[in-house]
Design a protein around this ligand. Structure first.
Ligand code: HEC
Length: 123
């Protein structure tokens, strides 16, 4: 009986260690305007931080979106900023496509535009 309990404890310690390793690639963003609730790759967390400050005031439904949700909703096309409306609608994008977002607000900086592009290219 004691032996079984020990094996049980051992099993959970190992699964805990494996789980810890698997979740290493994920990043939690503590500086995000969403209080650290955004989880995903480093590329998504950076892009989502910009979306959080520049887009969510109007696009509030996006606040609960994971990286995959943006793809499923057709806003982002994996690996192709040119086919991603979320990118082509940004004013000042580097595709020569006239963007209009964020409406009535200043352009995103070049660095911010690059972060969003890097996320889409990383998918
Ligand atoms: C001041 C409000 C406002 C802000 C801020 C804003 N948008 Fe929008 N956006 C709108 C409105 C209103 C629409 C719907 C009308 C339209 O399509 O033009 C829209 C539509 C869109 C669409 C098309 C949506 C769809 O479902 O097809 C995309 C993509 C988009 N915005 C991207 C962005 C991005 C990226 C940002 C941040 C960089 C942003 N918007 C910031 C008001 C805003």
């Amino acid at each position: 009986m004691v032996r079984q309990i020990r094996l049980f404890i051992l099993f959970f310690s190992i699964s805990g260690a494996v789980f810890g390793l698997v979740s290493c690639g994920k990043v939690k963003n503590s500086s995000s305007s969403d209080g650290g609730s955004v989880v995903g790759t480093a590329e998504f967390v950076s892009a989502r931080d910009i979306i959080g400050t520049k887009c969510l005031s109007c696009h509030s439904t996006w606040s609960a979106y994971s990286s995959d949700d943006f793809v499923k909703k057709g806003l982002v096309f994996k690996g192709s900023p040119a086919n991603s409306t979320l990118y082509t609608r940004i004013r000042g994008n580097d595709l020569g496509v006239a963007g209009d977002m964020p409406t009535g607000q200043p352009n995103l900086s070049l660095a911010e535009i690059k972060e969003i592009k890097a996320w889409i290219n990383s998918l």
